[in-house]
Design a protein around this ligand. Structure first.
Ligand code: UD1
Length: 358
């Protein structure tokens, strides 16, 4: 009864592994221990409650080596988390993202198929791009808003894919690979929104906006909000995503079927509200907010998960509100070492130098 978790030494993998151990599963991680994510690879390995095999999911040899293990017959499922996730970076390093997110996914599916075990793979809400809009003139549309009267609506699993970043494109292609190739095994594709929680890679300036806000709060520096802050996100606590993964392992679709499921809080929060929640959760006087008139290529304005299918299937509903998730993230990460706030300025400069901001 062992679950193989690719990318298992990362933030989500560590939370998932602990959850599965309490449910009586053994866990095995396959992880490349990428320097951008694992500042101290030994600590990541030590934290994982099982064996960590170091290897690159995009290399066929990695999977062939797993095939040779004596205990290979004890594997009961593959949870495929390994991915290149930096949206901004994907715009100037498309091949790195495609290699792992499409090539690595192909190999993960082939492995699950060889061993006739279910696959649960993380995609991303990035496949929706700007997502669904409702408009009194044009009806329901997908992608960029049709006109000024369009109102963003929560994305449903059956919505069109309209990725705007290379990262989103590679996640969309990865989903196609799974749907086409997972022949005869149950496959579940999850589309998480913005996942946060303790243990995030805080030294990685491509981790997401809340890690940036945390770094700024620690330095007493105003929180830098790109644009007017009216952008919206759906922040999901890592433990809610982990519950959805665990449920997916316990409730696979029929063999040969590919099920797609959102993972989010279902609550839309503006960036300004997220900044306020982050500041309210910090043990310091709020340094305030500063606006920067910039748009990064690949960024979207609005995102929120529709949880109708989650309800219909009886999958776990989120227990954390975005506000509570942000507050817990700030409190639990406050004493963790992370990159200085100017690392996010540098990441933005890098994009501007490459012509990827406007
Ligand atoms: C994030 C993840 C992505 C994941 C996706 C879905 C990144 C960095 N993060 O993308 O991997 O697939 O969620 O869960 O790719 N912003 C600021 N100030 C800052 C930094 C960002 O205002 O210092 C703004 C951005 O312009 C954006 C919003 O905050 O409007 C969210 O940005 P971020 O968290 O970096 O990326 P997501 O697109 O949400």
């Amino acid at each position: 009864m062992t679950v193989l978790i690719t990318g298992g030494a990362g933030f989500i993998g560590q939370h998932l592994a602990r959850r599965l151990r309490t449910a009586g599963h053994d866990v095995l991680a396959l992880d490349s221990l990428l320097g951008q994510v694992h500042l101290d690879p030994d600590a990541s390995v030590a934290a994982f409650p099982g064996e960590v095999v170091v290897g690159d999911v995009a290399e066929a040899a990695t999977w062939e080596n797993l095939d040779q293990r004596d205990d290979i017959d004890t594997l009961t499922a593959v949870v495929h988390l390994a991915a290149e996730t930096g949206t901004g970076q994907s715009m100037y390093e498309p091949e790195r993202h495609r290699r792992v997110n499409v090539g690595g996914t192909k190999l993960a599916v082939a492995f699950a198929q060889r061993h006739a075990i279910p696959l649960v793979a993380l995609s991303s809400r990035a496949v929706y791009g700007e997502g669904r809009h409702g408009c009194p003139v044009h009806g329901t549309t997908f992608g960029s808003p049709c006109c000024e009267r369009a109102v963003p609506e929560a994305s449903q699993e059956s919505d069109e894919h309209r990725p705007v970043s290379v990262y989103g494109e590679t996640k969309s292609e990865g989903e196609t690979v799974i749907a086409r190739r997972a022949d005869g095994i149950p496959a579940t594709i999850l589309r998480p929104q913005n996942v946060i929680g303790a243990g995030q890679a805080l030294h990685n300036p491509y981790t997401g906006v809340l890690a940036a806000f945390l770094a700024m709060l620690k330095e007493g520096r105003p929180l830098t909000v790109y644009g007017d802050g009216s952008q919206t996100r759906d922040v999901v606590h890592v433990s809610d995503l982990v519950e959805t993964i665990a449920w997916s392992l316990d409730n696979p679709p029929t063999p040969g079927e590919t099920r797609i499921l959102n993972s989010g809080s279902g609550i839309r929060t503006t960036l300004l509200e997220l900044a306020e929640c982050a500041a309210a959760g910090a043990p310091v006087v709020s340094p305030g907010i500063t606006h920067l008139d910039v748009h990064r290529a690949g960024d979207i304005d609005h995102a929120c998960a529709d949880l109708t299918l989650t309800r219909e299937l009886g999958a776990p509903l989120p227990r954390w509100s975005p506000a509570d998730a942000v507050a817990e993230f700030i409190t639990r990460s406050w004493t963790e070492t992370g990159a200085p706030a100017d690392a996010w300025d540098d990441a933005l400069d890098e994009l501007s130098q490459r012509g990827l901001t406007s």
